[in-house]
Design a protein around this ligand. Structure first.
Ligand code: BES
Ligand code: ZN
Length: 633
């Protein structure tokens, strides 16, 4: 049924110019499109048989062995005729499985399927006619890809160990047996035992201080998909930032963190004014150790953040706006499969930009939009040259691939520009009203690209009589490259930077840069000519101290240039950066650039020996591929 609906929709979109009208699939097809569950190729779950609804997780975190021992009790909703429920697992040791209401458990049959390198093993649990609960007693292993266990030395305070998880996209199954598909939502309760001197936090209602016992209770009452399961354990302290927000960090970082994120309450209010009430009650942040592989992760009620945004001047807080925006786009309305990833990230970049516009003015947000456009154009050009045109479609096809492959500028920035284009074609007030309803009407549900297009057609294009044609939508969503009618951000601030660059190149005159923000500096560095002589490179560095900048974005952009210029004085600081920072967005371009010359590759391999033990699996996995190192090395 589902594929029929899809084919019909594609057929209509497919007939392009001949059909410049706003016709839609017939009404029976509409119904299917909005209600039939979609198959997720990255999960073994069979939702038509049984779907998990609630998880009770009881766990003990052991830093000596770097393992979690746990019991996962799962309540399911099922077809009465279903003979089994299938959960996703990867690299877990299953000790036993029982069924029956909590307290009345009895052993049951189960099988663990052949492991797949990417997807792990299907845990198939036999059900009796009335079974509603299954209980899995299990342990994690050293191969738990979501988990990173840090020694005290790898933390900021250097006194206590630290553990954090990163479940998105399909790594939740490496620490909890569950249905690891973004289209399946459940609530959860947890009891977690950790060493007494540490605090545990989850993507749930959280404690604000240690209780001396090391046993913490958690509750997440709103249904969430598995990729939002999260846990952090460490020597953590809390500071309140407002009535419903605060920040957790290691004690020696807490003041810096509180300063950096001071605008958070304002951001929440702005976001609510734009797209409706914040639905998760509290919004807290946690600053993780520098090996955290992402800038931020939108774990509900508790955004996980890299310490590399603690720039000391609040200049990198658009990342907080981004993760906060996910509380609507992603966490309330969730991409149904990883092929629809742009629905999470494109919407979030759009929303982030709107928050930053309201907070700092259009001049500011247009700088962000231009940086996004520059990154997008570069990445699209590279993909087109390397035979990856298919990956430039908003709607992806990640069959037999790691969903991580979808984390490109396409989902984020092409997604952003598509939504900005829709805004420009509809007019802002009509568009904003549409989005408020979109979040409200679809909250706590998943969304496919086709369902979104259908919703758009009905609720924006038809209802508001907007002149947007099917073939235009089809080009944005299903075709490669970038449409000609891509919106063009205008940034006078960047025009001034461009002019300063030209006059510096022509007359050696230094730019009047006293008032420049981090974004202007990034634009300046990225646009430095490719063929600078070594004296000019040095002059730049001496003047502006890029190599030693306290701002990780500036350092990362500068190191990329330093590699192109083979500017040796930057290399020791670059090695230090690569060893201590595990944020993949910074690492990938640097290792790639280094790999392009023989001496660079040698340097990279050398540094990587010291750096790899500090990286989380997702970063190590990406850098292994770039350097051609096998992950057993
Ligand atoms: N949800 C993503 C991170 C992610 C995506 C993890 C896919 C695993 C798989 C998060 O919201 C994100 O986009 N982070 C960005 C922030 C940036 C765009 C402001 C990052 O980490 O760089
Ligand atoms: Zn995001």
């Amino acid at each position: 049924m589902r594929s029929l609906a899809l084919i019909t929709l594609l057929a209509i979109f497919g007939c392009s110019d001949a059909n410049r009208n706003s016709s839609l699939p017939t009404s029976t097809t509409d119904e299917d499109l909005m209600t039939t569950p979609v198959k997720d190729i990255h999960s073994f779950a069979e939702p038509s048989q049984a779907i998990m609804q609630h998880l009770v997780w009881q766990a003990e975190v052991d830093f000596d062995s770097s393992l979690i021992t746990a019991k996962a009790s799962i309540r399911i909703s099922r077809d009465p005729k279903a003979e089994s429920v299938i959960l996703d697992t990867k690299n877990l040791i299953i000790d036993s499985v029982k069924t029956g209401p909590p307290g009345q458990e009895s052993p049951c049959e189960f099988t663990l399927g052949e492991p797949d390198n990417l997807l792990g093993s299907a845990l198939k649990i036999s059900l009796s006619p009335n079974t509603e609960w299954v209980h899995i007693y299990y342990r994690t292993t050293e191969e738990a890809e979501a988990l990173q266990w840090l020694s005290p030395q790898q933390t900021s305070g250097k006194q206590q160990p630290f553990l954090f998880t990163q479940s998105q996209a399909i790594l939740a199954r490496t620490w909890i047996p569950l249905q690891d598909s973004p289209g399946i939502r459940f609530t959860y309760d947890a009891t977690v035992k950790v060493p007494e001197q540490l605090l545990a936090l989850m993507s749930a209602e959280n404690p604000q201080e240690k209780n001396g016992l090391g046993v913490y209770q958690f509750k997440m009452e709103q249904p969430i998909p598995a990729y939002l399961m999260a846990l952090a354990v460490g020597d953590l302290q809390f500071t309140s930032l407002g009535p419903r927000s605060g920040v957790y960090a290691e004690p020696n970082l807490i003041d810096k963190a509180a300063y950096e994120f001071d605008e958070i309450e304002k951001m929440i209010s702005i976001a609510e004014e734009l797209y409706g009430p914040y639905g998760w009650s509290r919004y807290d942040l946690i600053v993780l150790p520098p090996s955290f592989p992402f800038g931020g992760m939108e774990n509900p009620r508790l955004t996980f953040a890299t310490p590399t945004i603690l720039a000391g001047d609040r200049s990198l807080t658009s990342l907080v706006a981004h993760e906060l925006a996910h509380s609507w786009s992603g966490n309330l309305v969730t991409n149904a499969t990883w092929d629809d990833f742009w629905l999470n990230e494109g919407f979030t970049v759009y929303f982030e930009n709107r928050i930053m516009e309201a907070l700092n003015g259009r001049d500011y947000s247009e700088m962000l939009a231009l940086l996004s456009l520059q990154g997008l154009r570069a990445e699209v050009a590279e993909m087109m040259e390397t035979n990856k045109a298919g990956d430039t479609h908003l709607k992806l096809n990640l069959k037999n691939r790691n969903p991580d492959d979808g984390m490109t500028a396409i989902a984020y920035d092409k997604g952003y520009f598509f939504l900005r284009w829709l805004e420009e074609r509809s007019g802002r007030s009509v568009w904003d009203r549409f989005l408020v309803n979109y979040f409200k009407e679809n909250e706590f549900q998943s969304m496919t690209t086709e369902q979104f297009l259908h919703y758009l057609q009905k609720n924006l294009i038809e209802k508001q009589h907007i002149n947007i044609y099917q073939d235009e939508l089809e080009e944005w969503v299903y075709q490669s490259g970038l449409p000609d009618n891509l919106p063009e951000p205008v940034s006078t601030k960047f025009e001034l930077v461009d002019a300063a660059l030209i006059s510096w190149i022509d007359n050696d005159s230094l730019p009047a840069s006293d008032q420049w923000s981090t974004h202007e500096w990034l634009h300046f560095i990225r646009n430095l000519p490719e063929d600078l002589d070594s004296n000019s490179v040095k002059a730049q560095d001496v003047n502006y101290n890029f190599t030693q900048s306290g701002n990780a974005e500036i350092q990362a952009a500068w190191f990329e240039k330093a590699i192109a210029y083979q500017y040796q004085p930057a290399y020791p600081a670059m090695a230090d950066f690569l060893i201590h920072v595990g944020r993949r967005k910074f690492l990938t371009p640097l290792y790639k650039a280094l790999s392009q010359t023989e001496s660079g590759k040698e340097f990279a391999l050398q540094v990587y020996q010291d750096a790899r033990p500090n990286y989380h699996f997702v970063s190590a996995n990406s850098i292994d591929a770039i350097l051609g190192v096998s992950n057993t090395d």
